[in-house]
Design a protein around this ligand. Structure first.
Ligand SMILES: O=C(O)CCC(=O)C(=O)O
Length: 274
């Protein structure tokens, strides 16, 4: 196992420097700008109207946004994902655009991602890919080791409502800001080309941002991922999927293509991370 894969298994979050070449970063900038100019019906503004900078999110656009699609299929991320997850395959789960405009005060509260989703399984990872420099103060922060569980209560970001698992069915998060010394917090200032990769159960949060912070995130599933249809609308939603993919089935569906190994990759091509 590479050192990075060991760190990922231990901490649930790692930083990879300079893994996205400048031409793919420029492509991603164009994709994000086009996405913001013409958001999908799934887009939302996750900040209050009086916030000086908006926090804009959009989801599941790779099939309609040619820049996102090219980025996802041409970057080295599927191979890296497979290595970090310890998985034979890396399957695309979804993409998520998260832009904080200059002056955005809205923090992203501490949360895990998997309780909002419709998947179960331990082999998974999300890349958070900024196309603008991100300072230490506005970067994504992680509670090291929190990916080992348990699942914690997902709540809406602005009004802390239980819209997913019913109230009381999962424990609430510890007060991480109230007792920071009880946790090992990881976070890295980032330049375009750097990415962070984290497990879908790793607790993470981010502050607002003084300067514009455009981020694209790509999420991957490994060999053990299975469909977990929910009685509620997941975030992001996959309407109608439960009629096509039974509970407990592998995520074998055109929405979730296998990107590693690539269909054309000759046997033995898989490199290891340094
Ligand atoms: O970009 C942010 O502020 C939050 C990111 C996040 O929660 C995620 O990528 O899952």
């Amino acid at each position: 196992m590479s050192q990075l894969a060991e760190d990922f298994a231990r901490d649930g979050a790692v930083c990879l420097r300079g893994v996205i070449p400048p031409d793919l970063i420029e492509l991603l900038r164009q994709g994000i700008d086009a996405n913001i100019a013409a958001p999908s019906p799934r887009a939302k503004v996750a900040s209050r109207p009086e916030d000086p900078g908006r926090f804009i999110e959009d989801f599941r656009n790779w099939d309609e946004n040619p820049a996102y699609r090219r980025f996802i299929f041409e970057s080295d991320l599927p191979r890296i994902a497979a290595e970090l997850m310890g998985s034979r395959q890396a399957r695309l789960y979804h993409d998520h655009m998260l832009t904080k405009e200059a002056g955005a005060q809205q923090p992203t509260p501490w949360h895990q991602d998997q309780p909002y989703y419709n998947v179960e399984g331990r082999q998974n990872c999300s890349f958070w890919i900024p196309v603008d420099p991100v300072s230490e103060g506005s970067t994504l922060r992680f509670v090291a080791g929190s990916h080992r569980g348990p699942w914690l209560m997902p709540r809406s970001f602005m009004d802390a409502q239980a819209r997913w698992f019913p109230e009381g069915s999962l424990a609430d998060l510890p007060d991480i800001e109230g007792d920071p010394s009880a946790h090992t917090i990881l976070g890295w200032p980032l330049e375009p080309g750097d990415v962070v990769c984290f497990h879908m159960l790793t607790l993470h949060s981010a502050a607002g941002s003084d300067r514009r912070r455009r981020v694209f995130s790509v999420r991957f599933l490994g060999d053990d991922a299975v469909h977990a249809p929910r009685a509620w609308t997941t975030s992001p939603p996959f309407p109608g999927l439960e009629a096509q993919l039974p509970a407990g089935a592998p995520m074998d569906h055109p929405l979730f293509p296998i990107l590693w190994p690539t269909p054309s990759a000759p046997k033995g091509q898989a490199e290891t991370l340094s």
